[in-house]
Ligand binder design. Structure first.
Ligand SMILES: Cc1ncc(C[n+]2csc(CCOP(=O)(O)OP(=O)(O)O)c2C)c(N)n1
Length: 662
């Protein structure tokens, strides 16, 4: 068998596993795996550094299938290469409940999947973060321990999505030369030819963004190999534009949209078997070809062994630190640093905006956790995410710990996911809360993938004032609280800010958003408590000695209003209590007894929050009183806005009295 013939048969194994799995599931996308099989075969058998027996080996090359609908390409590869989590049974169960072979690749379902893809373009954004992480870790631990490439297979859809521009321009700027994107340029999407919707010169676009670009016939193995070799030697990230035929080998459907996302059907499959000379039963891979794939799976075993030896030769401290960071454990000194700082805050009782509080807290955190990587989407001076420890990362110097992401919220959030997935780093970033809308798809995926990324989002309400309703979050608290496994924090003062930061860092299994104010807030916590009270999600900030007639619930900046209203009610002889609610999600996780005790049984329950009511009925009931927003904000100094929208101490007191009198 000639080399070419062997290559073709190995590629056909991918094609037919994809065809058969999609046919069996009666759903899925055969076109991409059939079209990109040659590319994948060359990449995985000649270039990619990986070890199926150690799928999480830290120095493996990363492969991201950004065009996640082509998931059967990845599952076929993982089976053929011998990954334990992907036996043939899994392929036969493609898209069925409980299978690791979900419709789109899902991180965490099976070892070998680097990231969840499906929303087009996200994988490209993740890969930029992985490539950044590689450079950062290489700078810290040296090439001996960190030296790998990040490969992406992207489709037309990935490149058409807006996020692609944010991702690729950031990568080009940072000269991420170990990032190699292979574009499956088949000219077809769902509605038909790409030409009916797009006339972009993609190669020129990448070149204009600082990329090395190459063109190749995506069915010519030697050409593909030569291109990857050139890409590896480049001092820029590389786009390999690979011309392919979608559904390669299908006699009537190849090159058409018909093969993108539907089973081929019995007749077409029979024709494809004939065209590609594959006379085997469904799911059958001839033993010589399976052997060839399994041998390819062993290709990097030596590289892994050599790496392990270099790792064993490293000094104890380096080894321990490398492993700790990759496990995601926080350093030993962290908890004590939090307690010490909390004591100081209890003594000093500072008044400050929570965005400033966050900066002060970060000064402590970044001093003891070397793996935090900060950043901001061009709002560093507003988000206060940069501290003395975090020098900027530049294209030529990755020793820093701060990334100026530019005005690219979506690209930033996707890159942060990639950094977290890569391992060894804790990314946090800055942006305006209103623009959580611009990165919501990536935040959602971080939650789905259980990734620790921390979004510092400032200017969290009408309290930002003059910038007006385009910049004032109203529905965003509710919208973010709606995302499963995302912890949304809205701290009321600097002590809560410290606690919420601690909780965000200690939560290894999900993302957090810290909603912080532009305006100053007084300290609400008057005494030192070692316990993290915010960990309960809601807690009684001011208790009432008598049975409280009124309980006021509030989050963030409105806790001050709640406390002022409480004081006035108490002065008027009305027993009242205040509950601070930094996080709905953490409150829900408490015991039923705790929740009942915190909510209490006051006849009047009032919630105060400068956002919409949605979600607050959980605390105040359907008949509770809500003081907040019902529509968009306005442009004015913030104190006037609170008056204008009636979110004031007087409004709370009046509402309470009215209800009590009713
Ligand atoms: C953000 C997003 N929008 C829409 C979709 C639905 N979708 C899945 S594949 C696809 C077409 C992609 O075309 P292309 O990348 O050329 O893939 P190919 O046809 O080559 O398989 C679309 C619109 C999606 N998965 N993600």
């Amino acid at each position: 068998m000639s080399d070419l013939e062997k290559h073709q048969r190995m590629a056909n194994a991918i094609r037919f596993l994809a065809i058969d799995a999609v046919e069996q599931a009666k759903s899925g996308h055969p076109g991409l795996p059939m079209g990109a099989a040659d590319i994948a075969t060359v990449l995985f058998t000649e270039f990619l550094k990986f070890d199926p027996t150690a799928p999480n080996w830290a120095d493996r090359d990363r492969f991201v299938l950004s065009a996640g609908h082509g998931s059967m390409l990845l599952y076929s590869l993982l089976y053929l290469l011998g990954y334990e989590d992907f036996p043939l049974e899994e392929l036969k169960n493609f898209r069925q409940l409980g299978a690791k072979t979900a419709g789109h690749p899902e991180f965490g379902h099976g070892a070998g999947i680097e990231t969840t893809t499906g929303p087009l373009g996200q994988g490209l954004g993740n890969a930029v973060g992985m490539a950044i992480a590689e450079r950062l870790q290489e700078e810290r631990f040296g090439k001996e321990l960190v030296n790998h490439y990040t490969y992406v297979l992207a489709g037309d859809g990935c490149l058409m999505e807006g996020i692609s521009q944010e991702a690729l321009s950031l990568a080009g700027h940072l000269k991420l030369n170990k990032l190699i994107v292979i574009w499956d340029d088949n000219g077809i999407s769902i509605d038909g030819a790409v030409s009916i919707t797009d006339s972009t010169d993609q190669v020129a676009r990448f070149a204009a963004s600082g990329w090395n670009t190459l063109n190749v016939d995506g069915h010519d193995p030697d050409g593909i190999a030569a291109a990857i070799r050139q890409a590896q030697a480049s001092d820029k990230p590389t786009l390999i534009a690979a011309k392919t035929t979608i559904g390669f080998g299908a006699p009537t459907k190849a090159g058409t949209a018909k093969v993108h996302g539907a089973p081929l059907g019995a007749e077409e499959i029979a024709g494809t078997r004939e065209t590609l000379n594959w006379p085997h039963e469904p799911f059958e891979v001839p033993s010589d070809i399976l052997d060839a794939w399994r041998i390819a799976g062993l290709r990097s075993a030596h590289a892994h062994k050599d790496w392990q030896k270099r790792f064993n030769d490293a000094d104890t401290e380096t080894r321990a630190e490398f492993e700790r960071r990759n496990r995601g454990d926080l350093p030993a000194g962290f908890e004590q640093a939090v307690i010490d700082y909390k004591k100081k805050l209890a003594e000093e009782q500072p008044t400050m905006a929570t965005r400033k509080a966050s900066e002060a807290v970060l000064g402590v955190i970044n001093g003891v956790i070397p793996e935090t990587i900060g950043g901001s989407a061009d709002l560093t001076g507003s988000n206060n995410t940069k501290t003395a420890q975090t020098n900027p990362v530049t294209p030529d110097d990755f020793s820093g710990r701060y990334i100026h992401y530019g005005i690219r919220e979506h690209g930033m959030a996707a890159a942060m996911n990639g950094m977290a997935l890569h391992g060894g780093l804790i990314p946090y970033s800055g942006g305006f809360l209103i623009f959580s809308d611009y990165c919501r798809p990536s935040i959602r995926l971080a939650a789905l993938m259980n990734q620790r990324v921390i979004h510092v989002m400032t200017h969290d309400s009408i309290g930002l004032g003059e910038d007006g309703p385009t910049h004032q979050p109203v529905e965003h608290f509710a919208a973010l609280r709606a995302i499963p496994n995302l912890t949304f924090f809205r701290p009321a003062d600097i002590t809560e800010t410290l606690e919420c930061w601690q909780l965000s860092l200690e939560n290894k299994d999900g993302p957090s958003v810290l909603a912080l104010t532009r305006q100053n807030l007084p300290s609400q916590r008057k005494t030192f408590e070692e316990k993290n009270l915010s960990a309960n999600g809601a807690y009684v900030l001011i208790e009432s000695e008598d049975d409280a007639a009124v309980t006021i619930f509030a989050s963030g900046s409105e806790v001050e209003i709640a406390v002022d209203a409480h004081n006035e009610l108490v002065d008027a002889g009305i027993a009242a209590r205040v509950v601070s609610v930094p996080s709905f999600e953490l409150f829900e996780a408490q015991s039923a007894d705790y929740k009942e005790a915190v909510i209490g049984s006051s006849p009047v329950k009032i919630a105060v929050e400068a956002g919409i009511r949605m979600g607050w009925d959980r605390f105040i009931g359907n008949d509770g009183l809500f003081i907040g927003m019902t529509g968009f904000g306005a442009s004015a100094p913030y104190k006037e806005l609170y008056e204008h929208f009636g979110i004031t101490k007087d409004a709370v007191v009046a509402a309470a009295k009215e209800k009590l009198d009713a």
